[in-house]
Design a protein around this ligand. Sequence first.
Ligand SMILES: *Cc1c(COP(=O)(O)O)cnc(C)c1O
Length: 407
Amino acid sequence: MTAAPSIVRTSTAELYDAHVLKNYARPALTLVRGRGAQVWDDAGRDYLDFTSGIAVSALGHCHPHWVAAMQRQAAELIHTSNLFRHPNQGELARRLVGYAGPGRVFFCNSGAEANEALIKLARLHGVKKSGEEGKCYKIICAKNAFHGRTYGGMSATPQEKIQKGFRPLVPGFAFGELNNLESFASQIDDQTTAIFFETIQGESGINPATPEFLRGIRELCNKHNLLLMLDEVQCGIGRTGRFYAFEHAGITPDAIGMAKGLGGGMPIGAMWVHERHGELFQPGYHGTTFGGTPLACAAGLAVLDVIEREGLLEQVRKNSGPWIAALQKVAAEFPQHATGVRGVGYLLGVQLTSDPAPYLAALREAGLLAVGAGGNVVRLLPPLNVTPAELARSVEIVRSVFAAKTA
Ligand SMILES: *Cc1c(COP(=O)(O)O)cnc(C)c1O
């Protein structure tokens, strides 16, 4: 016998306390509605949302073009599985190849899944390179990286707080120092198949790979026949003012992992593989039930439409400069709280002098939602279509919080 549905109205907080897995430490905030860069909580209070759901809501909340595309597609065809073709997946692949270069795209549902596909690509490259399975599988990643919570992603993420409790991990990962070419070069051997890192480290506190480092790694990979695989899950899809963050360095990787901003809120991830490695995956080598549904791909297409029609890459490049300069000025006014601002475009980290948690709470109280990151950093990730007035307001809120904590 099944229980009768409860008619008792329980608060969202109570429901979470009673029934949701306790794997997140959340603030006491329940969001119910969003529009552009604004969200509202269940008490009707509004906030400037500079989390964008962790760099996901690239067009802000409920952009009319995105909403219309989703409504249309939801009424047309939502899911087919990958047993069959549908127009949206082909079209989204074409559009992504337009940004990344000649190659092929595999669709999945998240950043971690995109990275799993990259790791499997690296293994296949190693088999091709050595002519044998299990001989060439080492992937050199970066210290302080974050690549997701699956076994492959976690194994590529050399952080105690991520790995603790879950060992043994997947073998075959080595780690160099980001922006130290020699620390990567010195670890290359016959077993090495790929180099894999975030173009800009996000979770560990906004640490960009320099253009010189990226160019140096590209040369190393060419010399040793290694795949250069970049995790653009957080820094890609326009966040830095270029579609991919590596474009700032003028290089082309062999493979790219992307997700977050790609669906503008719908779960979608993707791996792009350069044409020269496009045949490594053969029928049956990899798969996913949900990856690249008509609905998820419609979301991706709507995001690209708006980025292109509204000139969002140019807007990010144009508006981020004054915003970063204003934040740097605030940091300089309050050296007891902040020592600087790092990042590119709308992927910023304010370097604090202590734990970001009380600052995040104070910012929230003052009406600004931001994200913490490793190394005492507050991340600011506005939507790509944020207005200059909203950017200016965020600076005032940061200033007010520093001032209140100083008084
Ligand atoms: C968020 C993130 C991931 C993991 O993506 P999920 O969608 O949470 O699985 C991987 N790499 C980077 C750089 C990320 O920022």
